[in-house]
Design a protein around this ligand. Structure first.
Ligand code: T5A
Length: 222
């Protein structure tokens, strides 16, 4: 299937502000008349959302690490085939809260799982798809966890949020290392106030997509 659209992913530790940033990225494109679709992982299709529930549920049967890994990639395979690729083929801007870099960081560095196996599963699930741009929202782990806790309020921590701080330190370090090795990943300083984070994101989008940035605001091209 031809990819006419643009695929942008957001990554980072818990509470980095990815969901908030998805809205900023979406606004940049939709204000310039482009069709935008937003999604998240794990999830994004009915089957993938069912798998998400299994993955995040803290009270269900404990998940063996290989089961967690394969469920994540099963959800991703559904998401890529039934949502992301069709949206890109239709020329849309597809914005996704987390993608394969999360598996590299959480399962690879966090859980210490086999990196080669992760890349094999990634190849099978992605079917040649790669993000055009990944925004890595980076901030100290403690700050992210505090934001996530404040937003969560009295609701239960999910299965990942129950991990110790060291788990998230390994994940943050891996994300930064991936960014150093991968030109598509751009680091955003997510510890700054929201308006500053949004300005950083806008500047990256402007530099990466200058023709789109130059379009008049508010005009709709269909
Ligand atoms: N996972 C996922 C894996 O292990 N492997 C994988 O391959 C994949 C895809 C998903 C879990 O699954 C794991 C990782 C995750 O643990 P989730 O619920 O989607 O679970 O968890 P997160 O993606 O971490 O989502 P969060 O909602 O916790 O974090 P966000 O989206 O980064 O943060 P956001 O935008 O909700 O912001 C959190 C709070 O901070 C405020 C917001 O208003 C909000 O209240 N905020 C700011 N406050 C001050 N300054 C700023 N700059 C702020 N930006 C946002």
């Amino acid at each position: 299937m031809k990819q006419a659209g643009i695929f942008i992913t957001l990554e980072g530790v818990e509470g980095a502000g990815k969901s908030t940033a998805v809205a900023s990225v979406a606004a940049f494109f939709s204000q310039r008349g482009l069709q935008v679709e937003c999604s998240r992982e794990p999830g994004g299709t009915p089957t993938a959302e069912t798998i998400r529930h299994i993955l995040l549920n803290p009270t269900a049967e404990a998940l063996a690490e290989p089961a967690e890994l394969m469920l994540l990639f099963a959800a991703r395979a559904q998401h890529v085939a039934h949502r992301i690729k069709p949206a890109l083929a239709a020329g849309k801007i597809m914005i996704c809260d987390r993608f394969t870099d999360s598996s590299r960081a959480y399962q690879g560095a966090g859980r210490g799982m086999d990196r080669a196996l992760i890349e094999i599963l990634a190849k099978a699930a992605e079917q040649g798809l790669e993000p055009h741009l990944t925004l890595l929202l980076d901030l100290p782990v403690a700050a992210g966890l505090a934001r996530a806790a404040a937003r969560r309020g009295l609701t239960l921590r999910d299965r990942f949020e129950r991990e110790p701080a060291e788990f998230f330190e390994r994940i943050r370090a891996e994300f930064l290392q991936l960014a150093a090795q991968t030109p598509r990943i751009v680091i955003i300083n997510a510890a700054k106030p929201l308006a500053e984070v949004q300005a950083q994101i806008h500047a990256v989008l402007q530099a990466k997509f200058p023709k789109i940035a130059a379009r008049p605001l508010g005009e709709h091209h269909g």
